[in-house]
Design a protein around this ligand. Structure first.
Ligand code: NAD
Length: 438
């Protein structure tokens, strides 16, 4: 089938390449000319394991092409996936839908009866119904469906090719049939397919993200309680997660969530629920958000205590800038926020990250950055582990201890082998974990 994918960020580029890999003819479209030029050359705009290979393979197949020329779009295909950003509106909790609206309004005059716009962007419930109303007069006979995207950064290629579920919110049998044809190879492979109305489809996405964010903040709240009584949140999380009704995933206590989705999605959900008169139903998300933000403050406070209250003249090494491992995304990154806060408190902060340094430098140019872990830690008075890249768990703490001024590590992700580091001479501190008894 032929289709366009409008917006070639994390979601769009992965979706476009996956669709081409399934055998479809795909035109990727963006307003960012540099991005389109790089994509046409086989260079993805983001670091994502496996993406470069997939992109180059599908470009070489001839089934994937990129353009900035919007006039090509409507003529190319009868199906248009919308993958543009829906960030938080400045000064408000609501999602900024201007890009989605611009795409739909721009396409409308060029659509033919039977054409289908398929939204993948995360939007407030009611958006598809509202956009369908606009299309009714501007593009009679064209339809709109919502097919939320659930890929995880760091696993995006895998998630896109083998999703755990496909959710489509449609208001016509035609919409369902088009999407069933597009996803046919996945459906044959047994991927569950949920056909529902557009409102429910939009809600599935924000409900999923809200649940996951709540699970993370729940265990981080438990870490705060553990700290108050000297209990161990890691053991607690393992024991709680062993209950099959709860499960261990998303129960890793640490610095909390960030990135371009969870924070803005739970805020957007609260704002939309308020508009619908059911704000009280999701008001707990305000607490989830506050618990999450507090983990950054708690990390800065603990770091400050560890250096005796004053960072003047001290070197701090920060391991990690991305909001999560296997991503170069630093949008609302807890790691970068903590690094920035420590610098503002007077520390000389050197940040290491294997993939996110360019984005981190653009976001916070005042920090020092290095691609070399030993260099980041040289003469450090404190080392902070802020993004759980696997390579940090493989660090030899004996060798690292020889480089630093003080062998003190704050493992804000609870991911290092505390016993190994202590045996190697380090003083190890982590949220929700007691210090060992002498
Ligand atoms: P992104 O910011 O990485 O990419 C958005 C792209 O859209 C950019 O390349 C931008 O230039 C382009 N764009 C903006 N306006 C445009 C227009 N009028 N025409 C064409 N292109 C335009 O965003 P993203 O992270 O890919 O997220 C896209 C949507 O998917 C958001 O709603 C997000 O919440 C949702 N989502 C993201 C993820 C994720 O992990 N990043 C996962 C699931 C869902």
């Amino acid at each position: 089938m032929r289709m366009t994918v409008i917006g070639t960020g994390y979601v769009g580029v992965v979706h476009a390449a996956t669709m081409a890999d399934l055998g479809h003819e795909v035109l990727g479209v963006d307003i960012d000319e540099d991005r389109i030029a790089a994509l046409a050359d086989g260079t993805p705009p983001v670091y994502e394991p496996g993406l470069q290979d997939l992109l180059q393979r599908t470009l070489a197949s001839g089934r994937l092409r990129f353009t900035c020329d919007m006039s090509e779009v409507a003529g190319f295909a009868p199906v248009h996936f919308v993958c543009v950003g829906t960030p938080q509106m400045p000064g408000s909790k609501s999602a900024d839908l201007r890009s989605v609206e611009a795409v739909v309004d721009g396409l409308a005059p060029h659509l033919h009866p039977g054409d289908l716009i398929v939204g993948k962007s995360t939007v407030p419930v009611g958006t598809a119904v509202r956009l369908a109303e606009r299309l009714r007069t501007r593009a009679p006979g064209a339809g709109i469906a919502w097919n939320p995207e659930f890929l995880r950064e760091g696993f995006a290629v895998r998630d896109s090719a083998s999703p755990e579920r496909i959710v489509v919110g449609v208001s016509s049998a035609h919409g369902e049939s088009v999407l069933r044809r597009i996803y046919a190879p996945m459906l044959r492979a047994g991927v569950p397919f949920f056909r529902t109305d557009p409102n429910t489809a939009e809600l599935v996405k924000v409900a999923s993200n809200s649940f996951l964010a709540t699970k993370i903040s729940f265990i981080n709240a438990m870490a705060e309680v553990c700290d108050a009584v000297g209990a161990d949140v890691v053991t607690l999380a393992e024991a709680v997660g062993a209950d099959s009704r709860i499960g261990p995933r998303f129960l890793q206590p640490g610095l909390g969530f960030g990135g371009s989705c969870f924070p803005k999605d739970i805020r957007g959900f609260m704002a939309r629920a308020e508009e619908l008169g059911v704000g009280g139903a999701v008001s707990f998300l305000q607490e989830v958000d506050e618990i999450n933000t507090r983990q950054r403050v708690r990390t800065v406070d603990l770091a400050t205590r560890l250096v005796g209250g004053d960072f003047a003249g001290l070197n701090v090494a920060v391991l990690g800038a991305a909001f999560k491992p296997d991503s170069d995304d630093v949008r609302d990154s807890p790691a970068l926020a903590v690094a920035d806060a420590l610098q503002r408190k007077g520390a000389r902060v050197r940040v290491h990250d294997p993939e996110a340094l360019d984005n981190a430098r653009a976001a916070v140019p005042t920090l020092q950055y290095t691609l070399d872990v030993p260099k980041a830690c040289e003469e450090a008075d404190l080392v902070l582990h802020l993004t759980a890249w696997p390579e940090y768990q493989a660090i030899d703490p004996v060798a690292l201890a020889l480089l630093v001024r003080e062998p003190v590590v704050l493992d804000a992700r609870n991911a290092l082998d505390a016993q190994l580091w202590r045996e190697s001479g380090w003083s190890v501190h982590a949220p929700g974990r007691p210090q060992p008894q002498e």
